[in-house]
Write a protein that binds this ligand. Structure first.
Ligand code: TXA
Ligand code: MG
Length: 332
C-alpha cells in the first residue's frame, strides 16, 4: 500500500492542484469512481451537474478523510451515526447528517442534511488529506448510466470534458455505498450498497429498508436517494427473470445473458457472462457494472439477467439489476 502511494504521489499532487483551482477531477474509491470538486465551492460543484447531465434536485455525497474532519461541516451527530461511523469508516457507508452553512445548498439540493462518507481507497484518502476542503462527488457516469468501476470506464464517458482522472485501479467493492439516514421513524437504509444491511444491524439493531422504486428522487427533501427507476441502466433493454424460461420464450435470437454463477444450458457460451463463477457475492458485486457495460457493447437486442441470492451484498446487486430492468417493462 505504501508503494502504491509513493508511485502515485505525483498524480495525487496534480489532482490536488486542479481541485484547488476549482476544477472537476475523477477520483477512485473502493465502491465506484467519482466525479469530484471542492464541496465548499458552489461554482466548482455546479460543473459536476453540467458534466454529468444530472438534474440539480439530485444531491451529492461529500467525502472527508476522517470522522474528525467531517465534523468541520456537519451539525449534531446522532449516537447511532457515531457508532456506525466508528465501526465502518473508512468504508462503503454514507450517512445523512445535518449540514452546516459551509456546505452550499447546491450540494444537498436544498436539504438540511448532507450525505457524508469516508472512503476506503488509499489514493483517495491521501488526496483528501492533502486538501483543505472535502470533495463532493457523485459516481462518474452520465446521469442514468451504469457506474464506472475503473479509470477506462470514466475516460470512455468524459475524456476531454474533465481536468484529470486519478487512476486507482479497479474498484474493490464495485457497487455504490450503502446510504443510511436517521429520521424520527427510525434508522433507515435509503440505498442498499457495498456495506450489507446485516452488518449495519449487528451494530444498531433492526433498520427500516426503503424499497427504491420511485422515479421521483428527492421530492420530499431527504427521501429517495438515487431512485430514478432507470438509474444504473445499460442502453440495451435488460429483462430480469428465470433464465431458461426467458430463453425459451424469446422473441429474438440476438440476446446476451448476464448470469450469477452458472451458464444456461443450450445457449452458446459466447453469449453468456457470469458474474461469479465461484458463486461469491463479493465477486459478483465487483464484476456487475463492468459486465453490464461489456454486454451493452455487443449490439444485442436484449440482455436476459437473473437475480442473485438476496442476502448480504446480494441486496445491492439485485437493487441495481431491478433498476436496470425497470425501463424495459413492456418490451418483453
Ligand atoms: O459509493 C458511492 O456512494 C459513490 C462514490 C463516488 O462515493 N457515490 C455515489 O454517488 O454513488 P451518487 O451521486 O451516484 O449517488 C448518491 C446518492 C444520490 O442518488 C443522491 O440522491 C443521494 O445519494 N444523496 C446525496 N446527498 C443526499 C442528501 N443530502 N439527502 C438525501 N440523499 C442524498
Ligand atoms: Mg450514481
Amino acid at each position: 500500500m505504501l508503494n502504491e502511494l509513493f508511485d502515485k504521489s505525483k498524480e495525487i499532487a496534480e489532482a490536488a492542484d486542479l481541485l484547488k483551482l476549482g476544477k472537476v477531477v475523477a477520483v477512485p474509491t473502493e465502491t465506484v469512481y467519482g466525479l469530484a470538486a471542492n464541496a465548499f465551492d458552489a461554482r466548482a460543484v455546479v460543473q459536476i451537474f453540467e458534466i454529468k447531465n444530472r438534474p440539480t434536485f439530485d444531491p451529492l455525497i461529500v467525502h472527508a478523510p476522517s470522522y474528525e474532519r467531517m465534523q468541520d461541516f456537519v451539525g449534531e451527530i446522532p449516537e447511532a451515526a457515531q457508532l456506525l461511523a466508528r465501526a465502518f469508516w473508512p468504508g462503503p457507508l454514507t450517512l445523512l447528517l445535518p449540514k452546516r452553512a459551509n456546505i452550499p445548498d447546491v450540494v444537498t439540493a436544498g436539504s438540511a442534511c448532507v450525505a457524508v462518507r469516508v472512503p476506503a481507497h488509499p489514493l483517495m484518502l491521501s488526496l483528501l488529506e492533502k486538501l483543505p476542503f472535502p470533495l463532493a462527488a457523485p459516481s462518474a457516469n452520465p446521469f442514468g448510466y451504469v457506474s464506472p468501476t475503473c479509470a477506462e470506464h470514466v475516460a470512455a464517458h468524459f475524456e476531454g470534458k474533465i481536468a484529470y482522472i486519478l487512476d486507482g485501479g479497479p474498484c474493490k467493492i464495485g457497487v455504490e455505498s450503502t446510504i443510511v439516514g436517521f429520521p424520527p421513524e427510525g434508522i433507515t437504509i435509503y440505498r442498499q450498497g457495498g456495506l450489507p444491511q446485516e452488518e449495519i444491524e449487528k451494530i444498531v439493531g433492526p433498520v427500516i429498508a426503503m424499497e427504491c422504486s420511485t422515479s421521483a428522487p428527492g421530492k420530499s427533501g431527504l427521501i429517495a436517494p438515487g431512485t430514478t427507476t432507470c438509474h444504473y441502466a445499460p442502453r440495451t433493454p435488460l429483462v430480469l427473470g428465470d433464465l431458461p424460461a426467458l430463453v425459451r420464450r424469446r422473441t429474438t435470437d440476438n440476446f446476451g445473458i448476464l448470469a450469477f454463477a452458472y451458464p444456461t444450458p443450450g445457449v452458446a457460451p459466447v453469449r453468456q457472462m457470469l458474474l461469479a463463477p465461484g458463486g461469491k457475492l463479493s465477486e459478483a458485486a465487483q464484476n456487475l457494472f463492468a459486465t453490464m457495460r461489456c454486454l451493452d457493447e455487443q449490439g444485442y437486442d436484449l440482455i436476459f439477467a437473473e437475480q442473485v441470492p438476496n442476502v448480504g451484498l446480494g441486496r445491492a446487486i439485485n437493487d441495481r439489476l431491478r433498476r436496470a430492468a425497470a425501463q424495459t417493462v413492456g418490451v418483453f
